[in-house]
Structure formats: C-alpha cells, structure tokens
Design a protein. Structure first.
Length: 565
C-alpha cells in the first residue's frame, strides 16, 4: 500500500468506527432473535395502520408519530443489518394507475449543520413550506384534466379523478396548458390563519385522505386547496415556472416559493412559516434547486435536488428504559417512567410522572414500550399514549401499597422505608417546613448513608465536626449546615408541627401537651375539621413514633415541646 494513502484510510476507519458506535448506541440490548420478533411485530402494526389509511381513509395514528415509528423500525433493522422489506414498501389502495412521472419523496435534514452540508454544492435554491396534506399527480391532456392520482408508492396511485369535479381549486380545463402537462403537488385542507406553532397539524392530512377515499362525495372536497411543488420537464427557471403556474390557476407556488442563498435565509423562513398565520397546515419546509433531471429519470426514491427540514414535533416518541416508584412523605406511591432522552420544544425529557400504581397498571406499560410524550402546562412532561408495546413483557413488581401510609417510615430502616423517610426529611427542611437554606435531598442522603441520621430529628444533635467528616462536605460547608440546624431549633412551634407532618395547624395552640389533651370529640367541634381529619389528628398524636420524637424535641428544648411550667 502506498504510504500516502494511510491518512485517508485512517480517516475512513475512524469515521466508520464513530458512525458504528453512534448507531449502536441507539440499539436495544436485544438478541438477534428478539430483534427479529419485535421488528416483525412493529412492521405488522404499521401495515395495519397503512391498510386503514390507504384503503379506508381512516387515520388511526397521528401523522408525525407514524413517521417517527417508521424511523424507529428502520433503526432497529440497521442494528442487526436486517434488510428492508422491498416487496411491499407501501400499501396501496384499490384501482391503481401508473404515474407518468414517479414521485421521488424527500430525505429529511436533522439540523442546520446537515442543511449547510447539503447546500454546500448546490446553487439557485428555493424554499417552500412543506404542506401537511396528501401528495397527488395532476395530468392534463390538451388542456383538459385527465387524471388525479394519489401518490401511492411513488410509481402507482389511486385514481381520484372523479373527486376533482368537487375540488374548485383544481382547474378542469387550462387553455394555456401544453398538450401534455404533468404536475405534482399537495391537496390540503384550506384554513384561515392557521398558526402551526400554536395549533399543530390538527391531523389535517388525515381529514383530506378520508375525504378523497370516500366512495361518495365528501362535503370537505370543496374546502381543499392545491399547492404545486413539482412540474417535471417544465420551465428550468423557478420564476418562470411559478409565473406560468399562476397563469394556469395555481397561484400558491409563486406566493410561497422564496429564493435562499444561506442557511440563515432558510432558517428564517422556516421559523417565520412555523409561527405566522398560513392558509394550510405545515410540518416543515422543503429546499429545492432549480436544476432537476428530466422526468423520465425520476424514481420512487428521494431525489438529490430537494430535501425537507421538518419542524420539531409537538409529540415525541420515546422508549421506556425503566420504571421506578417514588414514595412521598405521606406514603403516596408514584410511578415514574425513565425514557430515552427526547427534546420537545426546548426541553429535554428523561423522566415522566404517570401517577399512582393503579394508573400505571391501567396504562399497561413495561420496559421497551414506545410511548408518545408532550409538554403540559409549565413545561411538565406528559404521557399521551402507549403507541406500541413490545412482545416480550417485563414483569415489574411495584412496592406494597399496604406498607406505606402517613404514619409509616419515620426511620430509614427497614431498607424499603428509605424513600419515604428521605421524602419526610426533604419536606422537613423545605420551604413548607423549617425552611433551611441549602439543605438538599442529596445532603440528607449523605447523612443517612454515613449513619449520622437514622430518624426524623436525630440531626439536631450533630456537631460541626461530625458533619465535616462526611465525604464530600468541606469544613466551611459543614459549619453552614450546622448553623442551619441550630437555627431550626428557634423556629416557632407551629412551623415545627408542619415540618413533622401534623395533619392540621391549630391557631392559638402553642404547646404539644395542649394538643394531646384534646379529645377526638373536641377536634370534631373545631370549624373546618371533619370526622376524617379529626381521626387523622388523633392517630398522629397517639402514635408511638411521634411521641418518641416529641420527647427528643423536648430534650433539645424546642419551643412548645418542653414540659409546661
């Protein structure tokens, strides 16, 4: 081998290894047999959705979620180098006809860096909105509309010519058309000032498909518009092409085709169309170059002269990696999904709270399931749906709900008590408790694991030296923590009651013994305290662990807990 080729070979090897590592990092830790089973199962589910969509005009899944699952399927196949299903790449409707020119489809850009790479070797570029509708072919012969065909698999599509009579946006006759005119475009639901960023796609594509696939005429057909994005073998110049289309009755191409020379131009139009009112739903933009091959060379695969840059979906698919259960200070158990990191808007989502054990059981979620996530109010991650379930179901045993309640786990032992005990400590030091600054859950965990805190009030007797002996705690920080602990001793009686979890703050009562002297009947007579709350108070005051803590607080001379004089 010539020595001058070694740097190139080394670069290629490093690039391949880097690509392989990146690809494999997204692969499930499955055997080849398990992967084949799950790929087959997901493919069957996608085929069912395809049949419903292409043959019945019914969309059983949101468009962007379907696209993400298709990407997921291809990714799994690549993990074990499985070949794609080429025998039936796209399920067709009934009564198919060949396209005069194939629909090429679009590759999708990942980000602005990928856009820059794509633009680097191209010129005379234009950007258009990627309208969220149904792709079609229009064929005119001697000016008369001869065919309206669905995209289908790119080579063949359904004949919807009879539906064109009801779509006023499609001219039935064009006097200035050449003898044979083939156009490709998007049928869409016309909207009034649609804001994609605020309202999303509203499943507009599904509505259009359903109207076109009905045997009878749909009242939705007159509300459809058409955007022509390709004129195979038409004028070379985009300006001339758009002008002639406008003369023939297709005005939107001229209005929504913008010249671009830089990634900044493209990004600005993408952002603008995403947020400005438009007469249609969109799911991104398309960048295309003027120079196109002759129509006879077009194939039903993505062409190199155009590419899509989609908007970030409002819902994202993620894989469930683990299911954890948190236990709050009152014993409430919450199921939390650990998911593959996904970015929704500007927020990375890795954990999703789905509620109680009963709620988790209703969802029937296990590790490996594909779920759709969105952001609720204040950017809180929300589980929207379980979009696909793995065949091999993990059996997950949740905590025993009978073991955890408002009066359980005032100590960190037994081990299953530690989550609730930690939650109690976090509440105690938090803003609704003793309001100790910079006393976090991480510190409490360190104190528990080092053996310095075994019960809810044992930290009161710690010295600064003991705190400084904890790994990771500096002397200065230990002094600050010790000061916070000492200041807590001076907090009012009512604040201590709330920190300990007392069910009801009683104004005017300033001593523990005064609370204990009240009978159940007396608690019930207090305004705002019903029978249930009175019973909770009674159980709290009489509980042995609570009484032990009250004695310890008395020894520490905490206000309200020392013996009455």
């Amino acid at each position: 081998m010539h020595m001058s080729n070694l740097p190139i070979l080394s670069f290629l090897m490093v690039s391949f290894i880097s690509w392989s590592s990146s690809a494999l990092s997204h692969c499930p830790a499955w055997s080849v047999e398990r992967t084949s089973l799950e790929v087959s199962s997901l493919k069957q589910q996608l085929d069912k959705w395809d049949v419903a969509y292409h043959q019945q005009g019914v969309s059983l899944i949101a468009d962007d979620i379907y696209d993400q699952l298709q990407d997921k399927l291809q990714g799994w196949r690549q993990c074990h180098r499985q070949s794609e299903d080429t025998e039936n790449p796209r399920i067709l409707g009934f009564g198919v006809f060949s396209h005069p020119v194939a629909h090429t489809g679009l590759k999708k850009l990942k980000d602005e860096t990928a856009l820059a790479d794509w633009m680097q070797r191209r010129e005379n570029l234009w950007v258009q909105p990627k309208i969220d509708g149904v792709a079609v072919t229009l064929v005119y012969r001697n000016g008369k509309l001869a065919q309206l065909l669905s995209r289908g698999n790119g080579r063949q599509g359904q004949n919807w010519t009879d539906k064109a009579l009801f779509i006023s946006a499609i001219p039935q006759f064009i006097a200035t058309a050449p003898s044979l005119l083939t156009l490709q475009g998007e049928l869409f639901l016309q909207m009034d000032g649609h804001n994609q960023a605020q309202h999303g796609g509203l499943n507009a594509r599904s509505s259009v498909a359903g109207a076109l696939m009905r045997k009878s005429s749909s009242p939705l057909l007159p509300k459809l518009g058409i955007f022509i994005w390709a004129w195979p073998d038409g004028p070379k110049s985009m300006i001339e092409k758009a002008t002639r289309l406008q003369e023939m009755g297709f005005s939107l191409t001229a209005e929504y085709s913008k010249p671009v020379t830089s990634t900044e131009d493209v990004a600005q139009w993408r952002e603008r169309w995403y947020r400005m009112p438009l007469p249609f739903a969109t799911d991104g933009i398309v960048i295309r170059q003027e120079d196109e091959p002759l129509g006879r060379y077009w194939q039903a695969v993505p062409g190199g002269w155009s590419i899509a840059w989609k908007y970030p979906p409002q819902q994202q698919i993620s894989e469930v990696k683990d299911i954890q259960f948190t236990i709050g200070r009152t014993g409430k158990i919450t199921a939390v999904l650990q998911v593959s990191p996904v970015k929704i808007d500007d927020k990375w989502v890795r954990r999703v709270n789905i509620g109680s054990i009963a709620r988790w059981q209703q969802w029937n979620i296990t590790i490996g399931d594909q779920v759709t996530l969105a952001l609720a109010g204040q950017g809180i991650p929300r589980l929207d749906n379980v979009i696909w379930r793995v065949n091999q179901r993990h059996v997950i045993i949740p905590p025993d709900q009978d073991k955890f309640h408002p009066l359980s786990c005032f100590h960190h032992l037994p081990p299953e008590c530690e989550p609730q005990f930690l939650s109690r400590l976090i509440w105690l030091s938090g803003s609704k408790g003793l309001d100790m600054r910079n006393i976090s859950g991480g510190l409490w965990q360190s104190l528990i694991r080092s053996g310095h805190v075994n019960d809810l009030v044992g930290w009161l007797s710690l010295t600064a030296d003991q705190i400084a002996a904890i790994p990771g705690v500096s002397r200065e920080r230990a002094e600050n923590i010790y000061l916070q602990f000492q200041n807590a001793k001076l907090k009012p009686f009512a604040q201590w009651l709330q920190a300990l979890g007392f069910p009801q703050i009683e104004p005017g009562v300033t001593h523990w013994q005064a609370l204990q002297r009240k009978t159940l009947a007396e608690w019930r007579l207090i305004s705002g305290i019903g029978s249930v709350r009175a019973t909770q108070i009674e159980h709290f005051l009489r509980h042995p662990e609570i009484q032990t803590m009250a004695d310890m607080l008395s020894q520490q001379r905490i206000t309200g807990f020392s013996p009455e004089e």
